[in-house]
Design a protein around this ligand. Structure first.
Ligand code: NAD
Length: 348
């Protein structure tokens, strides 16, 4: 498809990954962005401040479940393609209150598909997670694009359902769909209830670090800017109807991530008043119900077919990310309101 000067409607473009996609589109391509976001607790305007003056960035505060408002947005802006990231995204919140996940992730995706279909968009790219595939054993090969779905939390089940809706709209109505399933992301503007920002902030402040279970759950980590570049590659060059898995080739146990952050905060911030190493803040709490043991991504398809590979290593990316949170208390300070993970344990 012609990759020049598309009008891209991005949903969830004020959240963690969506804002990285918006920044990437404005700063590294000629595309125009229509950023549609409801501004839930997880959204901040600061995340797109660097592109807010660009004439190629427009923001619409709209709930994707609101069919009338979404229809108006499509009528007004006539987007060429949709990149659909808006979602409820936190596993612990999905355990506390699954209703919002069913609403936004299923009804919201259905609404976007129907409006996009009627409007005749050229492409509908649905952004999903590796959590739809369930949990791997220690020696299992990574998830491929054909791994059967086995979601185990309300979050992953609602994302799995949304993936199925997208593929059904492709098969049944001929909508030109693309699906990507990605591993755990980290980087700037990550809401401070998620593992890496939460541990960084709690370690900085000398608060306890209550790791779920034994902390031996394994996640694959990808820097959010690498995810954004992968998503833009897929929306421009992906084969219609195809799915691409995206990963960072960086499997880590949750405990190893927590320990690495403790060491970085010791190195980069002032010492604790007690003089103790931050690893001493780590405690272990009862495991999350249905906690998946291991996620790993086989990303050979996107690498071979679209030529995308991650550019950040976990070591350099984590160091830069920890430094970003240390430098940006103005951003995360007001967002610390006792999120779900503050009440429970720490996990990726
Ligand atoms: P996030 O929670 O940081 O951001 C979600 C954004 O969607 C927020 O800006 C929020 O305001 C918006 N939103 C929520 N409900 C909405 C609604 N009803 N209408 C309009 N906007 C709404 O999430 P994220 O981490 O940026 O994840 C983005 C997408 O990527 C999600 O679909 C998620 O499933 C997927 N994903 C995330 C990860 C990860 O590690 N964070 C990994 C793989 C895939």
């Amino acid at each position: 498809m012609n990759a020049d000067a598309l009008k891209v409607l991005v949903t969830g473009g004020k959240g963690f990954i969506g804002s990285a996609v918006v920044r990437h589109l404005v700063e590294h391509t000629d595309h125009e962005v229509v950023n549609v976001d409801k501004m839930t607790y997880a959204a901040t305007h600061a995340s797109t401040e660097s592109v807010s003056d660009s004439p190629r960035h427009t923001f619409e505060q709209v709930d994707i479940c609101d069919v009338d408002r979404i229809t108006s947005v499509f009528a007004e802006h006539a987007p060429d393609v949709v990149m659909h990231l808006a979602a409820e995204s936190h596993v612990d919140r999905s355990i506390d209150g699954p209703g919002a996940f069913v609403q936004t992730n299923l009804i919201g995706t259905y609404t976007m598909l129907e409006v996009a279909r009627v409007a005749g968009v050229q492409r509908f790219h649905h952004i999903s997670t590796d959590e739809v595939f369930g949990s791997l054993g220690p020696d299992d090969p990574g998830f491929t694009e054909t791994t059967p779905y086995d979601p185990r939390s309300p979050y992953s089940a609602s994302k799995a359902g949304s993936d199925h809706l997208v593929r059904a709209w492709g098969e049944t109505y001929g909508l030109n769909v693309l699906v990507t399933n990605c591993s755990n992301n980290y980087g700037p503007y990550h809401f401070p209830e998620k593992l890496i920002p939460l541990v960084t902030i709690r370690a900085l402040l000398g608060e306890t670090l209550p790791v779920y279970g034994d902390g031996q759950q394994i996640r694959d980590w990808l820097h959010v800017e690498d995810h954004a570049s992968a998503l833009v590659t897929v929306v421009q060059s992906g084969v219609p109807g195809e799915t691409y898995n995206i990963g960072g080739k960086s499997e880590q146990t949750n405990l190893a991530v927590v320990e690495a952050i403790c060491d970085l905060v010791d190195e980069l911030a002032a010492p604790l008043p007690t003089g103790a190493a931050r690893r001493s803040l780590i405690t272990f709490v009862a495991d999350r119900p249905g906690h998946d043991q291991r996620y790993a991504i086989d990303q050979r398809k996107i690498q071979a077919e679209l030529g995308w590979t991650p550019t950040h290593t976990f070591d350099t990316g984590l160091r830069a990310t920890v430094q970003w949170y240390l430098d940006n208390e103005d951003w995360w300070g007001p967002l610390r309101t006792g999120g779900a993970s503050d009440r429970r344990g720490l996990a990726g």
